[in-house]
Design a protein around this ligand. Structure first.
Ligand SMILES: Nc1ncnc2c1ncn2[C@@H]1O[C@H](COP(=O)(O)OP(=O)(O)O)[C@@H](O)[C@H]1O
Ligand SMILES: O=P(O)(O)OC[C@H](O)CO
Length: 501
């Protein structure tokens, strides 16, 4: 009998392949970072071929390291950075442009032209999203408008669009399967989350021909088998969900009102909102969590564009630290940020501000400020941004939120989690397994193929590693959050604010 589920976790900065056993424990992991391409300020691209090469490479590597064959794997689950857009030629299977990454801001002005008009009303009403360059719709339009001949080829049905899940399945199946799942479709700005179908009016708004779009399937079913020449050849691909959605599933937030926050490149807080889309009055997104067992589950989501990426920027941009993990030592060498507030609006600000033109700022610098204070302020920025999301979520929810489950690469940082608990004045629960994104995809695949019998069977797999309880006095929290709000206000509209000119 097959002993493992193989998860592909294709994130913004790296591709990972993880083997899970029946207890939801990791039995092998392989990971490769890939290139981040910044062709102009505010633009972010990936090479979709490199994504494929790194993801298929780690899949082979994890199996060879574990000394196992395809027979040992019951199914493959895929989870992915969402919104990142690939357009490829159906005849060659080659991308016609580099993938435009979710953080990319090149279509901000295009989105501005929709605001206040019928397009904006359509988007919010039908997709649950807010108009923003973050989502795939305007990225597809940009590629069709900027690659020579692309629009005509798309009209002739020669081009295909997919988010990364779809691109990987296409490649894994030798180009024979062009599908996505409902959670990824919901991030395109082209998918109606109430009727659960591609929306023709929105396709007209973004001038995207229907022939380019993948078939939308549930998040847990067999989509096809691996036919590419990989060690996992012949294994069914049976689970698929956007990474933040998979993390909600993997954290077993299956009851309405359950909330998790993932601290990866960005920070993404999702609350299970039940079997109907729930409108936010506080500028959160209303989105599809997953489609499972014949039922759609919805979520309220707050998206922060720069979370752990601020640590990478200190490492790669400023060379302040050598490895991401060094942040803890540097930030921990001071008791607080010394009055420094860092708003990492490198790609504008997401929820709840949705300002495409905000840019990064550091306030409160004095002659006494050291790199340690800046590092600490950077860590704190993840917690402040996440606290703004939780406040919006509490305001939208009918019931109090008793605890926050956390996961993602940056949750190794205990200074971050303690500060998160302080500023939220609530318990922060870190499970033993912080690879919940990959675990969620494994669950979706394993439940589709009988590896696990039901969600109830998974409950025993979720264990607490540590609970962080608030230690900071409320008046100190209030002062810090007021200063943070002041810093955010000053970062808003940086690119468009003509004051002083
Ligand atoms: N020890 C650490 N402390 C703080 N941040 C960290 C640490 N280790 C990794 N990170 C940050 O976490 C992010 C990677 O997390 P991960 O969940 O792998 O992200 P993604 O799926 O977006 O690629 C990076 O942005 C990195 O800077
Ligand atoms: O790659 P991550 O984990 O930062 O996730 C990216 C999100 O899916 C973007 O919406």
């Amino acid at each position: 009998m097959s002993r493992f589920i193989l998860s592909f976790d294709q994130g913004t900065t790296s591709s990972r392949a993880i083997l899970f056993n029946r207890e939801g424990e990791i039995r092998g992991i392989a990971q490769r970072e890939f290139e981040q391409i910044f062709p102009q300020p505010g633009w972010v691209e990936h090479d979709a071929e490199e994504i494929w090469a790194s993801q298929s490479g780690v899949a082979d590597e994890v199996m060879s390291n574990a000394g196992i064959s395809a027979d040992d794997i019951a199914a493959i689950g895929i989870t992915n950075q969402r919104e990142t857009t690939v357009v490829w030629d159906r005849s060659t299977g080659r991308p016609i442009h580099r993938a435009i990454v979710w953080q990319d801001r090149r279509t901000s002005e295009r989105i501005d032209r929709l605001k206040g008009g019928e397009g904006e009303a359509l988007i919010t009403r039908r997709t649950g999203l807010v108009p923003d360059a973050y989502f795939a719709g305007s990225k597809i339009e940009w590629i069709l408008d900027h690659v020579e001949g692309a629009r005509a080829r798309a009209e002739r049905g020669e081009l295909a669009f997919g988010t990364i899940d779809c691109w990987l399945v296409y490649r894994l199946t030798g180009g024979s399967v062009h599908v996505t799942d409902a959670s990824n479709a919901a991030r395109t700005m082209l998918y109606n989350i109430e009727t659960c179908a591609w929306d023709e009016d929105l396709m007209k708004v973004f001038r995207v021909p229907a022939s380019m779009l993948p078939e939308v399937r549930s998040s847990s079913e067999v989509y096809g088998e691996v036919s590419a020449g990989l060690a996992c050849r012949g294994v069914p691909i049976a689970g698929m969900a956007g990474d933040q959605n998979a993390a909600l599933f993997g954290q077993l937030c299956h009851e309405p009102g359950n909330v998790k926050n993932t601290y990866g490149t960005g920070c993404f807080m999702l609350m299970n909102s039940g079997d109907q889309p729930r409108k936010s009055s506080h500028r959160l997104l209303s989105t599809i969590a997953w489609q499972f067992d014949g039922k759609m589950t919805y979520a309220l989501e707050g998206s922060v564009f720069v979370g752990g990426a601020v640590v990478q920027w200190l490492r790669d941009g400023l060379k302040m630290i050598e490895k991401s993990a060094d942040i803890q030592g540097l930030a921990g060498s001071v008791a607080d940020s010394g009055g420094v507030y860092f708003v990492p609006a490198f790609a504008g600000l997401g929820a709840p501000h949705w300002d495409q033109y905000a840019r990064g700022t550091i306030f409160g610098l004095t002659r006494g400020t050291t790199s340690a204070h800046i590092a600490r302020a950077a860590v704190e920025s993840m917690a402040f941004q996440s606290a703004d999301l939780l406040d919006a979520m509490v305001a939208d929810a009918d019931a109090p939120i008793p605890e926050l489950r956390v996961d993602g690469g940056a949750t190794r940082d205990e200074i971050l989690l303690q500060f998160q608990s302080d500023v939220l004045q609530m318990p922060i629960v870190r499970p033993t397994m912080v690879e919940t994104t990959a675990l969620g995809a494994a669950y979706l695949a394993g439940l589709a193929t009988g590896f696990w019998g039901s969600v109830d069977e998974l409950v025993a797999n979720w264990k607490v590693d540590r609970v962080f309880e608030p230690r900071m006095p409320p008046d100190q929290v209030a002062e810090k959050r007021a200063n943070w709000n002041k810093a955010v206000r000053r970062s808003l509209g940086w690119l468009t604010d003509k004051d002083g000119k």
